[in-house]
Design a binder for this molecule. Structure first.
Ligand code: BGC
Length: 273
């Protein structure tokens, strides 16, 4: 995938939750390529996180990286992760709330634990990390030498913040929640020059949706939902995250950027309805 790097994040530090694999790892790599120092957060996949950290640290042109373990749904672990990140790099300029999971079931079979896990990681995790980031941004104030904004938060949402998703009600509810969390925080924190937006990926090739694209038949079915006729790559999200974290997008605030090949265009209506 074509990617252009312009060192737009030199001297800044970014914390990317859930960046040991999938979309998060591509975001971590893209921000580092722009010159940012990166905290690669993971909850279980230490090996994956260490690989991303090594590939950043082996790249002379990239910022530097460390891996930190924390379950984003646990207040004490999130606070400790921020404490260590700030102790290591001095401050945090960019938070990417990426950690998320699916735990699918028909509603009649869904246990409270299955519901709660998804809400805890996908929604409460974004609240807990955003709160710590905002506390740091407010405490340290502006850093005009690196960015116009005092701090930036990118929430990883999904097309399912607007597309209802039967069989995945916990996931869709969490992403609908992320939309209002992001917008309400943006309204509250804009006057403090804290810039907050979401990225809503469509179908991106990652382990979370492997069965939807890893055979030709599955991919053909999936493409019916994507007018642009290709399944997304994680680098499609990395490049948008780098731009959205940079001053090039300084006037974008409180918005969701859909990166979905047109999935939200209701392609099933083409010629029907
Ligand atoms: C989900 C994927 C799904 C995509 C499009 C994402 O948010 O995590 O499993 O393929 O939305 O439906």
């Amino acid at each position: 995938m074509y990617q252009k790097f312009n060192r737009r994040l030199d001297g800044q530090t970014a914390l990317v939750t859930g960046s040991s694999s999938g979309i998060g790892s591509a975001v971590a790599l893209a921000l580092a390529k722009e010159g940012a120092n990166v905290i690669v957060n993971y909850s279980r996949d230490e090996e994956g996180a260490n690989k991303i950290v090594a590939s950043i640290n082996n790249d002379n042109e990239a910022g530097s990286a460390i891996a930190l373990r924390a379950d984003v749904s646990k207040e004490d672990q999130v606070q400790e992760m921020f404490r260590q990140s700030i102790a290591h790099f001095g401050t945090i300029d960019i938070l990417v709330n990426n950690a998320g999971l699916q735990n699918d079931a028909a509603i009649q079979d869904m246990t409270l634990a299955e519901w709660q896990l998804v809400i805890d990681i996908n929604l409460t995790g974004q609240f807990l990390c955003s709160r710590e980031a905002v506390r740091e941004f407010l405490k340290r104030g502006p850093r005009p030498e690196v960015s116009v904004a005092t701090g930036k938060i990118i929430c990883m949402s999904s097309v399912h913040e607007v597309i209802p998703w039967g069989g995945h009600i916990n996931y869709a509810a969490s992403k609908g929640g992320v939309m209002m969390l992001m917008k309400s925080m943006a309204q509250e924190l804009g006057p403090k020059k804290i810039r907050i937006n979401s990225i809503a990926p469509g179908a991106i090739k990652t382990p979370i949706n492997k069965e939807a694209w890893d055979t030709p038949e599955a991919e053909k079915e999936l493409l019916k939902l994507i007018p642009y006729n290709r399944v997304g790559e994680t680098s499609d999200i990395g490049s948008i995250a780098a731009w959205l974290a940079s001053d090039e997008s300084d006037y974008i605030h409180g918005t969701t950027i859909f990166v979905d090949g047109g999935m939200t265009l209701y392609p099933g209506f083409y010629g029907n309805g």
